[in-house]
Design a protein around this ligand. Structure first.
Ligand SMILES: [Zn+2]
Length: 282
């Protein structure tokens, strides 16, 4: 399958999950009066729209992984366009199926008029939307804008996650996770020294030696007072057995359980094909 064909297939899959999400949301909305996608936190964080955006864009992730498609800017534009459409599609489904006194609303109001009325009569859902909420008036447009933003961010996050996955460009497929190794140290200085040695070996292309050095450094289990951890993530390509290695040194904030990456200790490397780190004694 060519790259363009994969792109079209991923976009189609995203279209399908977007449509399914809209149908489910509109169905819940119409049958219970509860707008899941309209739920927001502290009045401004559109949690419902964000989660709906994730669900709508899930097809992009699923098809992308399945087809080993590495996302491009074109896909991002497609995903964002579909995210924006989510808002209109849900409202259109609501419009199409809403009845008042046994008569269908669409028989006497156009969709644009319906949307205008719906937005200016939008209510704020503090503890769910059943039984109405606080009427927003013109602010309904702001709330709707926040919803569209929520759908956007949800869709963009799914795209961002797919793009962040490690990918073997030689074989045009995603790397699979092999293992994550964490080595703990009481002091940051000692950890930085050991981590630096591993980094030097990796930069010199001595991958086997680097993996062995990492496995032998620090301790395998963390004790309460320990303040640093050197992390090594290994991914492999199922096709060519190339390895993707990602390392980072993290430091714990004094007295807290708050870990942050130490600057300039994060790096990524790729080995040649047919690389067998499992042969390294660890
Ligand atoms: Zn490969």
């Amino acid at each position: 399958m060519g790259k363009t064909a994969k792109e079209v297939a991923v976009l189609l899959a995203t279209g399908v999950t977007t449509l399914l999400t809209c149908i489910v949301l509109a169905f819940v909305d119409l049958t219970t009066g509860f707008s899941l996608y309209g739920f927001s936190l502290w009045f401004i964080v559109p949690v419902g729209a964000l989660l709906s955006g994730f669900a709508a864009a899930s097809g992009c992730y699923l098809a992308g992984r399945w087809l080993n498609y590495k996302p491009t800017g074109t896909l991002l534009i497609g995903v964002l366009a579909l995210s924006a459409m989510t808002f209109f599609l849900i409202n259109y489904l609501d419009y199409y199926f809403t009845t008042v006194d046994g008569q269908q609303v669409r028989e006497f109001v156009s969709f644009t008029d319906y949307l205008g009325i719906a937005l200016s009569n939008m209510s704020l859902c503090v503890h769910g939307c059943v039984g109405g909420g606080i009427g927003l008036g013109p602010l309904g447009y702001v709330a709707a804008g926040l919803q569209v933003l929520g759908f956007f961010v949800g869709g963009a996050s799914v795209y961002g996650y797919l793009s962040s996955l490690t990918y073997c460009t030689e074989c045009a497929r995603y790397f699979s996770s092999e293992k994550t190794e964490k080595r703990y140290f009481p002091e940051v200085a000692a950890a930085a020294q050991a981590h630096g040695e591993v980094l030097d070996l990796l930069r010199g292309g001595q991958f086997h030696a680097a993996l062995a050095r990492h496995a032998a450094s620090g301790e395998g289990t963390r004790q309460r007072h320990f303040g640093a951890v050197s992390e090594l993530r290994l991914h492999y390509c199922k096709n060519c057995l190339r390895r993707h290695i990602r390392v980072v040194l993290q430091q714990r904030a004094e007295g807290k359980n708050d870990w942050k990456a130490v600057p300039k200790t994060e790096a990524e490397f790729e080995t040649g094909a047919q690389f067998y780190p499992s042969l390294v004694a660890s």
